[in-house]
Design a protein around this ligand. Sequence first.
Ligand code: G4P
Length: 529
Amino acid sequence: MDFKKEIERRRTFGIISHPDAGKTTLTEKLLLFGGAIQEAGAVKSNKIKKGATSDFMEIERQRGISVATSVLAFIYKDKKINILDTPGHKDFAEDTFRTLTAVDSVIVVIDVAKGVEEQTEKLVEVCRMRNIPMIVFINKLDREGKDAFDLLDEVEQKLGLQVTPLSFPIGMGYDFQGIYNIYEKNINLFKGESKKRIADTISFDDLSNPELEKLIGDKAAAQLREHLELVEGVYPSFDRESYLDGSQQPVFFGSALNNFGVRELLDCFVDIAPAPRPKKAEERIVKAEESKMSGFVFKIHANMDPKHRDRLAFVKIVSGTFERNKPYLHVRLGKQLKFSSPNAFFAEKKAVIDESFPGDIVGLHDTGNFKIGDTLTEGEALHYRGIPSFSPEHFRYINNADPMKAKQLAKGIDQLMDEGVAQLFILELNGRKVIGTVGALQYEVIQYRLEHEYGAKCTYEPFPVHKACWVDPEDPQGDEFQEFLRVKQKFLARDKQGQLVFLADSAFSLQMVRQKYPSVHLHFTSEFN
Ligand code: G4P
């Protein structure tokens, strides 16, 4: 197969949702359709169960599983599908944000009863900012939930999306009979009381046909006609270009658990979802079809075995063909590197591969060369952007608890931060290290891993910070900025990239700084120009 065709057949995407909406179940059903697994239950949930905050075995188990399910690949209708797994637990939200830099589209799963939840809002906002094409899957239609139109309104309002339903439920919960597929113009009905089985798909392009009454009953037929008329009147019709540029989001309804509406979703997905998209590097926009290989690291995973401290760096191929044993330029280090055993992922297995194409994810064994965001090329000094840091929610001083192991501690902190486990800030005033995390759970993960992988011990001390703000002065030499630096010295730190950060101790002090130094812009993310 030629290079262009290989690119065209790739679909690399992520599934995002609030925990419990059904992401794992949907992933599993997609794999079943793709023939990548044989039975339900094969994909383990990668979420940390509630109440497991101090259960280290659970954390370790999570790490193990998340390597296995980091990338799930399968072939469906001759398309190579790569699903990039995103952690469900909110304490690992940064991992999810980073994974979103490597996807070409996403599927958003929403629970029909719960509607739009907090985590979904945050993740969708990141996708919206990047104009990532999104398809919405409203799940658990076998249960009583919100009215379909109310839910569509909620999705539009809370998530700021412009939806267009491509399927519509016939009843819901107890009365749920099936789905009308607007995209394919056919009906899928549940069979039997158990609502577990699916009858054949019935083509139905003329809804005025009285056969509809026979199929679903008078009341449901009248209601479906009314609903679809309303859909047609209220929502714009599907436009692929608008979907691809992120300005329109198709919606499907179904039940992942009962495998209902999933095939419709997948069939439409392979049809409309984008092949690998051009990616913006600092220097220029890089197209997938370019012959020279380029890619970037979006995730690093430490080895489970503490005796072998190698790590697996996940590289998304952006352009060209990645080849085994070919030297590539590690742009940040200015160093040529060769990889003798790059891994590709297939369902739950990994295997050494000879070549990979744009859209694919390659796992490279690393002994400490890689950081998240690093770029590999065939010589050009490209820097892929788009892996910003967000202000953490929690901040603590980290102290060395074993003076004999200061070096190990420094190395451990350094490497864990490269992996993106948390963010390190070094105070300008005294050089003390502050660790910022999204969730409190990370502090335990860090302490545990420092001890078990690096032989170092640490303690934490509270450090009250409201928000970390990246500092962006209009005039770095100006008096206003110089005064800000002097007066706020105690609250200034450098992040791992050396960028200046203001650690505001309260919302009030943040507001005061903004009023007093209007030319010193403060951003909640490290990427602002
Ligand atoms: P997540 O990855 O988004 O966190 O969600 P997951 O798939 O683990 O699903 C969360 C719960 O919702 C699971 O139940 C799952 O069985 C259920 N679920 C998923 N899809 C549907 C659906 O279409 N209908 C209904 N009724 N339930 C659905 P659980 O009891 O938490 O876990 P389990 O014991 O079933 O594994």
